[in-house]
Design a protein around this ligand. Structure first.
Ligand code: NAI
Length: 450
């Protein structure tokens, strides 16, 4: 199917960015919004962004790109569309109403894609007589910069619609992951919510916000702390998304901390106050102290997210490769979540979940069958040579000291977090053995000790 005319509904935060990247990919683009003012502002933002690209030499004359974009408040603009992307308000009734109208206006072969974050794709599709040509195309904010989209199959989405959407995503410069079943929160938001909730629970249990964020940044290699991410996303956004996901069956006990912040209207960076205080409303980075990173176990922080990933794999919602890609490209993780799990050891992940289940009594901590099966089969991660993935090297342990050889590098890691890696006799003994091993491993050419 040849796409030339792309019609974007909604000129707000997401819509104008989607329109811009579509025009940059040489499509004829029409933006439709009910609000003239929003359209005006959207065009100004697109022009500003295109001028910036021109000044950096990334595009030729910005006016050529801008001329590919038309705007209107008239829904009939969809009549020539080959591909419709809906990015209007996140309300089921309003979206359904629009799709009902569009179904009558648009050509029969036109594909409808929705950018919804939380609503069921298959239910929205029912407003039309083209459920096979209806799909989820979930961008990340800002669409101009974020390299990933989630493509979500509804129950009746055809393979052809999926293939056309994959090509469309590629053509606008996006990498994609396929969410094979329309589950609440799709892939990234399901995993994120598990991380967010665990982060708030650790705080409810007595750790401080900075300790959680320092653990994420300095021990898990994340570019931002978890609370920084929540403040950046908007506490109201996380609150509403979690409510909708819960209503649709996502199993979790709500976070008291998020509820409190929401009620106090401390929505995060955009209002100047959230989990952190900011000098004023806008985008700011907080300083997170490194010495705060050592009281929280990274395994405990991430175990619920890994459990969620296992659920997604076992239920054939997403592939392992797509889970890794999604968290790296969508959330800027420095390594994939499943590789993280393989580093921790699947047995330790299961233990962390069991401990938490016992402590809290929440069903959501029940280890997924897949994780239990992996432990049973000794697929424990890097230390046994196979976990979610097969690894070329094995991990060897000398007491609490682990030794890994990755290509020509020996990694010697102290792994007794609960005792803050205090250097007692047992630890020295393990270190001594590990260092000796590194000396003997002839092809080890670089050595890191810490
Ligand atoms: P927004 O509030 O900035 O923009 C929505 C726009 O839709 C408004 O300009 C409004 O005037 C317009 N609108 C409302 N009814 C309309 C109709 N019937 N026809 C045409 N335009 C109409 O919202 P935002 O943040 O851009 O979100 C849009 C969609 O994208 C939502 O479904 C949201 O869940 C989803 N999304 C949002 C992300 C974000 O970070 N903001 C990220 C990923 C998805």
């Amino acid at each position: 199917m040849n796409i030339q005319n792309v019609v974007v509904f909604g000129a707000g935060t997401m819509g104008h960015g989607i329109a811009e990247i579509s025009a940059l990919a040489n499509y004829d683009v029409t933006i439709v919004d009910v609000d003239e003012d929003v359209i005006k502002k959207a065009l100004q933002k697109i022009e500003w962004s295109l001028k910036k690209l021109e000044s950096k030499g990334k595009i030729g004359d910005y006016k050529d790109v801008l001329s590919k974009i038309n705007t209107t408040t008239d829904v009939n603009a969809a009549k020539d569309a080959d591909y419709v992307i809906e990015a209007i308000v996140e309300k089921f009734e309003i979206k359904s109403e629009l799709f009902r109208k569009l179904d009558k206006i648009a050509k029969p072969e036109c594909i409808f894609a929705t950018n919804t974050s939380t609503l069921p794709i298959s239910e929205l599709a029912k407003a039309t007589n083209r459920e096979d040509r209806f799909i989820g195309l979930h961008f990340f904010n800002p669409p101009t910069l974020m390299p990933l989209v989630e493509i979500i199959k509804g129950v009746k989405t055809s393979d052809e619609t999926l293939e056309v959407t994959k090509s469309f995503a590629k053509s606008i410069g996006k990498d994609f992951v396929v969410v094979k079943k329309d589950v609440p929160g799709f892939l990234v938001n399901r995993i994120n919510l598990r991380v967010f909730i665990e982060a708030t629970r650790l705080v409810e249990d007595g750790f401080d916000i900075e300790e959680v964020d320092a653990t994420a940044k300095y021990r898990l290699g994340m570019p931002m702390g978890i609370f920084e991410v929540i403040d950046f996303s908007g506490i109201d956004v996380v609150y509403y998304a979690s409510k909708v996901m819960k209503a649709r069956g996502f199993n979790f006990v709500e976070s008291k901390l998020i509820e409190e912040k929401f009620k106090a209207k401390e929505f995060g960076m955009k209002v100047g106050k959230g989990f952190y205080d900011y000098p004023k409303a806008g985008y700011f980075r907080v300083k997170v102290r490194r010495d705060k990173a050592y009281r929280i176990s990274p395994v405990k922080l991430m175990a619920p997210a890994i459990n969620e990933a296992a659920w997604l794999i076992r239920n054939d919602v997403a592939s392992k490769e797509d889970i890794e890609k999604a968290m790296k490209l969508g959330m800027n993780y420095s390594i994939g979540l499943l590789e993280m799990a393989d580093n921790f050891g699947i047995d330790r992940v299961v233990n962390a979940l069991n401990e938490k289940a016992k402590e809290k009594g929440f069903d959501e901590y029940k280890p997924d069958e897949l994780l239990l099966k992996m432990v049973e089969e000794n697929k424990l991660g890097k230390k046994s040579g196979e976990g979610f993935f097969k690894w070329k090297f094995k991990k060897q342990c000398f007491g609490y000291i682990s030794y890994e050889k990755r290509d020509k590098t020996a990694w010697i890691v102290m792994e007794r977090e609960e005792k803050l890696n205090a250097l007692d006799r047992e630890m020295w003994d393990g270190l001594h053995k590990a260092l000796n091993k590194a000396e003997k491993d002839e092809d080890v050419s670089y050595r890191y000790h810490w």
